[in-house]
Write a protein that binds this ligand. Structure first.
Ligand SMILES: [Zn+2]
Length: 139
């Protein structure tokens, strides 16, 4: 698929595939259809409901192929490689704590790690969520 088609592919009402890929910076960061399905699951179960609570959400890092994951210093088994994680922040910084509280309470949260003003949220469509939460994990 062309990069513009990938970018415009809608995963849910408010999230497009392009937001997960950052193809402008990483032109070869292209997922398989299975990985797109994983990202769609995260949008439907976590990101859309979160957006309803806190308004627009910015994805700093979504899907990463192994090259991109290595470039950004991701761990080797990162869920970003599986389309099962996103590093996000609310567009309105005053909504950050509300976003943390919402995701912390959400039954679909697999892993929630927070840093200053942003957080890592992961999901897994195939197994029961671990609900592993670490607040203030990232410096
Ligand atoms: Zn992350």
């Amino acid at each position: 698929m062309e990069n513009t088609q990938l970018n415009d592919t809608r995963l849910s009402s408010h999230f497009k595939l392009g937001e997960f890929l950052d193809l402008g910076k990483y032109p070869d960061n292209k997922p398989t259809m299975q990985l797109v399905a994983n990202m769609t699951y995260g949008c439907l179960m976590l990101l859309e409901p979160a957006r309803q609570m806190v308004g627009p959400i910015i994805i700093n890092s979504g899907f990463r192929n192994s090259r991109v994951n290595a470039l950004v210093g991701g761990v080797r088994n990162s869920q970003h490689l599986q389309g099962q994680a996103a590093d996000i922040r609310p567009q309105d910084p005053s909504q950050f704590q509300r976003l943390v509280d919402f995701l912390r309470a959400c039954e679909h949260t697999d892993q929630l790690l927070t840093g200053p003003g942003w957080l890592h949220i992961s999901w897994n469509p195939f197994v029961l969520p671990r609900h592993f939460v670490r607040i203030g994990y990232y410096k």
